[in-house]
Design a protein around this ligand. Structure first.
Ligand code: COA
Ligand code: ZN
Length: 320
């Protein structure tokens, strides 16, 4: 039994999930600078970009240049989203460490997002997994909409298990359970994480949460309590799928880090450099948005009491 300090791993997806939905095109230099700054925060993984069609995701049309130009910090795994064989080829050309293949567990979102049926996507991903074997690059698969689809509603657990099992048999090295539009709730998250780990024992499971309905941190705890230790998150709570109506941001990385560190769970991520990055995000994406933790500061960033307290009561100290 592992009795050491509990640890989780965070995959920072802001440069991919975060920027893919932004209306302002972030200049390539600025994307590279963002990833380089994130590299110094201590993340296990950074999802740098996506090798998708530039017509589908114009915001990340410079994927190859970004991946080529980032500084590779030893120990950080640099991943990218890959939807098809063409994407795999582009990702391999620029030395992507790990592929994040993607398809939806619901039929309508898969068609809207990837312009393929689920069967076509599954065949495409199986071909990618086959092709990637020669290059020995690990291929995780992100299954979208597993906690609900904005078009089809609830997705049967059996469908998620069927797709996950077939993709793992085809060579997937891990599965990410994605709550694409924040439809998940904690007991559902726990039940699905448990069902997947029962069906595929030992498989690395990552949870990918969006805070669309304010339940992302609660869902993270629910997943963690079942033994999940890998989390996707986006700095500043950026993010969302452009082909899912009502999509909004990922779980805030800084909130996830702060919460787990308060609980004595090590994330490996240094909060202050991350908050410094978050502070610059509104300027990067050219729009204002609120980041509560940045405004409030970490929980023990205490304040000077008003001067009149000392005048009236003398010096105070809370007994230890
Ligand atoms: N990288 C670059 N270009 C690609 C590409 C890739 N991975 N895949 C296809 N293309 C290009 C084709 O060359 C073609 O270009 P052309 O019109 O200049 O000839 C064009 O895109 C259309 O190709 P096609 O194979 O017909 O793709 P499609 O239009 O059916 O779209 C996807 C399929 C998967 C490529 C597209 O839907 C996509 O990239 N989706 C990503 C969605 C996403 O990232 N969502 C958010 C994350 S969940
Ligand atoms: Zn997402």
């Amino acid at each position: 039994m592992n009795t050491g300090t509990p640890r989780i791993e965070i995959n920072e997806v802001g440069p991919r999930d975060g920027l893919q939905i932004e209306k302002t095109f972030v200049a390539t230099d600025d994307k590279v600078a963002l990833v380089d700054a994130l590299s110094d925060c201590g993340f296990a993984r950074i999802e740098v970009t996506s090798f998708t069609s530039p017509k589908a995701i114009p915001a990340l049309a410079d994927a190859q240049e970004v991946m080529r130009r980032i500084r590779r910090r030893p120990g950080v795994v640099y991943t990218a989203l890959v939807p098809n064989i063409r994407g795999l080829e582009r990702a391999l050309e620029v030395g992507t460490d790990e592929m994040n293949l993607v398809m939806s567990s619901s039929e309508t979102h898969n068609r809207a997002n990837l312009r393929m049926t689920r069967d076509q996507s599954q065949a495409e991903l199986t071909a990618i997994l086959q092709a990637a074997k020669g290059s020995h690059v690990p291929c995780n698969v992100s299954l979208s909409t597993v906690f609900g689809c904005p078009f089809d509603g609830d997705v049967p657990v059996g469908e998620v298990l069927r797709l996950a099992t077939q993709l793992v048999e085809a060579g997937a090295t891990g599965i990410t359970l994605c709550d694409t539009t924040g439809m998940a709730y904690p007991t559902q998250v726990a039940a699905l994480c448990e069902a997947v780990s029962r069906a595929l024992p030992g498989l690395p499971i990552t949870i990918h949460l969006h805070n669309t309905r304010g339940m992302a941190l609660a869902n993270a705890i629910a997943a963690w309590q079942t033994g999940v230790t890998r989390f996707d998150a986006a700095a500043g709570g950026l993010g969302g799928c452009p082909f899912a109506p009502g999509a909004s941001g990922n779980v805030n990385t800084e909130e996830l880090v702060h919460m787990f560190e308060c609980m004595g769970v090590r994330t490996g991520v240094s909060l202050q450099p991350l908050l410094d990055i978050v502070q610059g995000l509104p300027q990067l994406v050219q729009r204002e948005f609120s980041t509560p933790l940045l405004a409030a500061g970490p929980r023990l960033a205490t304040h000077q009491p008003p001067a009149w307290l000392a005048e009236k009561f003398g010096p105070t100290q809370t007994p230890a």
